[in-house]
Design a protein around this ligand. Structure first.
Ligand code: NAD
Length: 337
């Protein structure tokens, strides 16, 4: 079966997902697009023969020829489209964040629970990265024993001038939060954010780097170093320390050259390069699940948990205080993952 996909929001990542759906993966065709910037939607559609340009997201979702919906518009607009997708009985792939407030995420959870089956996958693509999957396999196999600590680093070479310290939490650390929950199969209990000596390359008033301490409910401590002016490349690191051993995140940057007593390899330029394959795997698994009548991967619950945790992270950044993470009870729908 070919899944006929409609894409809402055809900016940077929307266009990248259209490229992957039309040129890289199998089992999908893009049949409709819409963007608040209609001109942009029309320009994107020019390269996609037969694609309809709708004027609203609601019209795209109602289109009988759209089987499933990809939401890649700005975060605050996600709730409306995800709820409409669920209401129309169409599977939805929503880029992170699921929604920008706890209440909005809860409305999505309530809608999905009312339908009685999962309709939403959230785009936490690190779960599809080969290196992270190998690390997760080592943790869940028990070969390093019970996890005690996890170290993570999330370094961007630079960021646009509009980037703020809050965005380090919302756009960068949110991925580490999802990885920690998934890797350790546990929820967060509290977040603390520390501000080390400031990088002089950071814009005035901008705290960078940040050191984020995640306390998991089961007692594992996770530190996330988040830097957005690291200069030398996009560097993602991780290590889980267990009772019997440790597992480190492998470098996925390809060949390491050893020559004249030195070795060298490539540091990815940005997140696109580092996670390009993870995005492909993520979408292929989603398409396969949709073709089979369901969905897969990070759920609306995972999206909710990430938003609640980033809210706590923002408060911790603002106050300098340890901030508890409190979540509603997990509905049964999300217990069988
Ligand atoms: N998984 C990841 O690592 C990752 C990476 C990048 C972006 N994202 C997420 O993807 C989403 C889009 O990010 P982007 O970088 O492509 O942004 P972008 O600004 O390049 O594109 C967003 C597009 O949405 C359109 N839009 C805004 N409001 C709309 C509305 N109400 N209806 C329809 N279209 C609307 C804008 O006109 C724009 O074309 C964000 O939620 C972002 O957090 C995730």
């Amino acid at each position: 079966m070919t899944v006929r996909v409609g894409v809402i929001g055809v900016g940077m990542i929307g266009q990248d997902h259209i490229r992957r759906l039309t040129r890289v993966l199998s089992g999908a065709c893009v049949v409709a697009v819409i963007d608040a910037d209609l001109e942009r939607a029309r320009t994107v559609a020019e390269d996609l023969p037969g694609v309809r340009v709708h004027e609203t997201g609601q019209a795209l979702i109602a289109d009988d020829e759209v089987d499933a919906v990809v939401v890649t518009s700005w975060g605050p607009t996600h709730e409306e489209y995800v709820l409409a997708g669920i209401g129309a009985g169409k599977q939805v792939f929503c880029e992170k964040p699921l929604a920008t407030t706890r209440e909005a995420c809860e409305r999505i959870i309530d809608a999905e629970v009312a339908v009685g089956r999962r309709m939403v996958m959230v785009g936490f693509m690190r779960r599809y990265d080969t290196a992270y999957r190998a690390m997760k396999a080592a943790v869940t196999s028990g070969e390093i024993g019970a996890p005690l600590l996890m170290y993570a680093a999330h370094r961007n070479p630079s960021v646009p001038s509009h980037f703020t310290s809050d965005m380090i939490i919302n756009d960068s650390v949110v991925h580490d939060i999802d990885v920690a929950r998934w890797m350790l199969d546990d929820e967060l209990a509290a977040v603390t954010v520390l501000k080390p000596r400031r990088n002089r390359k950071a814009a005035p008033g901008f705290a960078d780097p940040l050191l984020v301490l995640l306390e998991m409910a089961g007692g594992v401590l996770v530190t996330v170093e988040a830097s957005v002016n690291a200069s030398y490349g996009y560097d993602i690191r991780g290590e889980v320390v267990g009772e019997d051993g440790t597992v480190e995140l492998g470098e996925s940057a390809g060949a390491i050259v050893k020559r004249e007593g030195r070795y060298s390899g490539r540091v990815p330029a940005d997140w696109r390069e580092r996670f390009v394959r993870a995005f492909d795997v993520e979408f292929q698994e989603w398409l396969d699940a949709v073709a089979a009548g369901g969905t897969t991967g990070p759920s609306a619950w995972d999206g909710y948990a990430a938003t609640v945790a980033t809210d706590a992270g923002l408060e911790a950044l603002r106050t300098g205080q340890r901030t508890a993470v409190s979540m509603r009870e997990r509905p049964d729908l999300y217990k069988q993952q």
